[in-house]
Structures are given as C-alpha cells and as structure tokens.
Design a protein around this ligand. Structure first.
Ligand code: AKG
Ligand code: FE2
Length: 469
C-alpha cells in the first residue's frame, strides 16, 4: 500500500499569525487576521495543515532526532528499564511487544513517551545518565505548548469567543509527547501491517515533526487518503478529538496513518526490498485532566445543533491510552467502536460495591492507588487482596496525603469518571487514617459510605471527599 497522491494540505504561516506581537501596523494586523482565518478553514476542511515559520528551532528538532536514534538503538534490556505501562502513567518506552495486540496487524513501530516534567501523578521515566535527552525533550515540550496556545487563541477568535478561552483548560500542560521509531522493515511486511494504522488523535492539537521518509497519509471526507509528505521547515498540525468536540465538530479530527513510503529506485534501478527506518516527533496537546470539554455555545446553531455532552478530558485520554496499551498499537478498533459521535456518554456505570473487612474484593473496573508506591494508577484485578496491600505508612505526612488524593482524583477518578472509582476508603481524618485508599464520589452520588472497619470516625477533611463536579 504505497503512499501516493500529492498533498493538498494548506500551508499556514505562523510568522504572519504572530506578526502583531512585533508590529501593530494595519497591514500586519490584516495579514495576521487573514492567516488565522486560513488556519481555521484548514481545520474545518481537512483538520490538518502545515505550519511554516513555527518558531521552534531546527536544532531543537535535530537534537531530538539524534537522541531518538541513539535511544531506539539501545539493547532491549536497556530500554526495558524505562518501559511504559498504565501503572507508569503511560510514560516511557513503548516496546514493539506492546504493539502486538494482534501481531498480524499491529503497527510496525516503537516509541518513547513523556509528559510534563515533575508531574507527581505521572512521573517521566528517563534513561540513566542522559540529561541532554531529558533537557532537550523538555525544551521542545515547552516550545510546542507555546505554539499550540497561539493557535488555540486564533481558533477561539474565529468563533467569536474570548481569545483566552482555552488557556485555563490547557494551562496544566497535561500533554503527551512522543518520539517514534519505525524500524527498517521489509517491503512485504506492509502487505498486512502499517507503520501507524488509521487513527484520530485524542486531544487539542498535535504538532508533528517528521523526518524525510514520508508515508503519512490523511483521510479526506470522501474516504480517500492524501499523502502529507514532510515540507522542510514546516511542522504538521492536526486537530484532535477533544478540540473537535469543543467546536461541536466544526473543526474535524481527521483519521491519518503512516503507510509504506513511495518506493524509490536505487542506483541499479531496482526498488530495494527493505524500507529504511523512519523517525518522527509527535507532541499531542491535551486539555487539563480535569477540564470538562463541552461544545462551545457559539458553535451550536440551528444548522449544527449541539452534538455532545460534557466529558472529562482525563477520562477520554486515559481510556484511549489504556485501550491502546491493552489492544496493541492498532487503534482502528477503537476508532470503529468509539467513533466520535457515539462516544457521548458523560457518566458511566454506578460505582462498584466493595466488600468491607480484612480483605477487599475489587471489581475489575476499579482501580486503586497503592499508597506505598509513587502515586500512579495501579491496575487492579478482580481478586481479593489483603487490606495490608493498601495500608499507608503512618509516617507519610498530611501534605503528602492531600497531594496524593488530589493526584488520585485528577488522574484516576477524573481519568475514569465513567468506569473506574477508587472504591474503598477510610474516611477518617487524614492524621488518623492509616489506609491508602479512599473513595471519591461524584456530585450525583450520595455521601461516601463508610465501608471499612477503620472508618469509624466521620470524614472531616474536605480534601478526602472533594466533589467531582
Ligand atoms: O509518525 C507520524 O508521522 C504520525 C504519527 C501519528 O499520527 C501519531 O503517533 O499519532
Ligand atoms: Fe496521530
């Protein structure tokens, strides 16, 4: 399935958009306004564009490509030291094994994923003794955040809302940043598999930086794909599902994929049997985990009535990441099953009942934080666990506990507001609570019930039962 067709994605000039930050002459203002309209229209028409003069230095991109080459060339045993997973906050090395949900069709790739640095709820995992890798990724991460903010402001203006509308919803920088490696592969492998199967991105805007290999394709509304080859100096920007939802689908979150690059003959005139490796850098802008994403009123009209209810960004993203990790990298199944438009639910099933007593039976859909470990989501299986598994060392102080509760709420309950609850809790005061789990209730639920034999005192600390609006 070779990539073919020429691109018709619009090229947007970022320098024009930010022109008024340098000069407020009428020409510059007008040029900026026109370019912002062009950006908006590109996202209405195809959900993708090239961004020229994006202000992120070439050296920063090149540094990341160099790190990526070195990282992915490490022995598996080294990469495995920072392997990702749900319990690792989805940060770290995404191994080829993780793409083998169905090895006949799984993607031909691996990746290295990080979020913002110093996130207590989802710490990044970095390879040892390699501070430049960390620093260069973090630098790039911040630059992308800035560019993305400018673009969001431009988009907000186009629908007549305050240009800072999105800012408070993305200021936590809960973004997802990945360098991707598509190994050298035989051409025949592409008969059954792609480098990245068709998917939409999850968040606000994605900033994509490709090497020269090619192979990215973007789906048009008529179902055909067009090639989006790299253009020197340009990033590729596309709309994610949550931004599309905010705009009530006026902006489209478009399926895309990475296929076999256009075959090139070698000096003997033959098409080589092997396709060289490909690298790319993908920065996925995400709303804050607690952001409630709901169509902007101005985008809901008689012609385009409101299509979605509110959804927590964290829920959307975490569920999709979990799905990706469980099923392998081939996300087509998700796209089929949870196509935007059918994934409208805002509330999931009621919280699972939990057995009280010396051991807690956790339903498969429940998740639990383990207080004795760093505050990251733990998968819990439907097995009885001794309550000691959740015992929190008494030495942990109140502040840490509150921080942990907030983290839990943000990345677990909000992240799984439809399906997963931290169910068991001691609702005693933080100073006397000796257990690591507690229950977060949604506003629609009754007051938390005391379910543990430890919970004889009333819950007096609001931080333990912050209501999810
Ligand atoms: O590598 C690419 O060009 C595209 C990657 C992509 O679409 C993704 O990871 O979401
Ligand atoms: Fe993508």
């Amino acid at each position: 399935m070779a990539a073919n067709g020429t691109t018709s994605l619009p090229i947007i000039d970022f320098a024009k958009i930010i022109g008024p930050s340098i000069s407020r002459s009428p020409e510059v203002l007008e040029e900026s306004e026109l370019e912002q309209q062009k950006l908006f229209q590109a996202f209405v028409d195809v959900g993708f564009c090239y961004l020229n003069n994006h202000s992120i230095p070439d050296y920063a991109r090149d540094n990341l490509f160099s790190h990526a080459k070195r990282f992915f060339a490490l022995p598996e045993s080294e990469k495995a030291k920072v392997e990702t997973g749900e319990s690792k906050g989805f940060h770290g090395w995404f191994s080829p094994a993780r793409t083998s949900g169905d090895s006949r069709h799984s993607d031909l790739k691996e990746a290295f994923d990080v979020g913002k640095e110093n996130d207590p709820t989802r710490p990044n995992q970095w390879p040892e003794d390699w501070p430049e890798f960390r620093d260069d990724m973090n630098f790039f991460f911040e630059k992308c955040h800035e560019v993305h903010l400018v673009l969001l402001r431009a988009l907000a203006r186009q629908v007549g809302v305050d240009e800072n509308f999105f800012e408070p919803h993305v200021n936590e920088k809960d973004h997802f940043f990945r360098v991707i490696y598509y190994p050298e592969t035989s051409r025949t492998a592409f008969q059954d598999r792609l480098r990245a199967s068709a998917h939409t991105d999850y968040g606000t805007l994605t900033l994509l930086f490709n090497d020269e290999s090619g192979g990215l394709q973007v789906r048009r509304t008529d179902g055909t794909y067009i090639a989006a080859p790299p253009i020197p100096g340009c990033a590729i920007i596309n709309v994610g599902d949550l931004l599309s939802r905010w705009f009530n689908d006026r902006l489209v979150s478009t399926e895309h994929r990475v296929v076999e690059p256009e075959p090139k003959t070698d000096i003997t005139g033959q098409i080589p049997a092997v396709v060289p490796a490909r690298y790319s850098i993908a920065w996925f802008g995400h709303p804050n985990r607690e952001a409630l994403v709901e169509p902007i009123d101005k985008c809901c009209t008689a012609d385009n009535p409101k299509k979605y209810g509110p959804v927590y960004a964290g829920k959307h993203v975490v569920e999709r990441l979990a799905y990706l990790h469980k099923k392998g990298q081939n996300t087509t199944t998700w796209t089929d099953k949870m196509q935007r438009g059918t994934d409208k639910a805002t509330d999931g099933p009621a919280p699972q009942p939990v057995a009280a007593g010396g051991s807690q039976t956790l339903q498969s859909s429940c998740r639990c934080f383990n207080w004795s470990e760093s505050p990251i989501v733990q998968d819990s299986s439907p097995v009885a666990r001794p309550s000691s598994a959740y015992a929190s060392p008494a030495s942990r102080d109140h502040e840490r506990r509150v921080q942990w509760c907030t983290a839990l709420e943000a990345s677990l309950d909000v992240g799984h507001s439809g399906t997963a609850y931290a169910t068991v809790g001691c609702h005693r005061t933080p100073t006397t609570c000796v257990r690591g789990c507690f229950r977060i209730r949604r506003k629609s639920e009754p007051e938390p019930q005391v379910v543990s034999e430890h919970s004889t005192a009333p819950d007096t600390d609001a931080s333990f039962r912050r209501t999810i609006e």
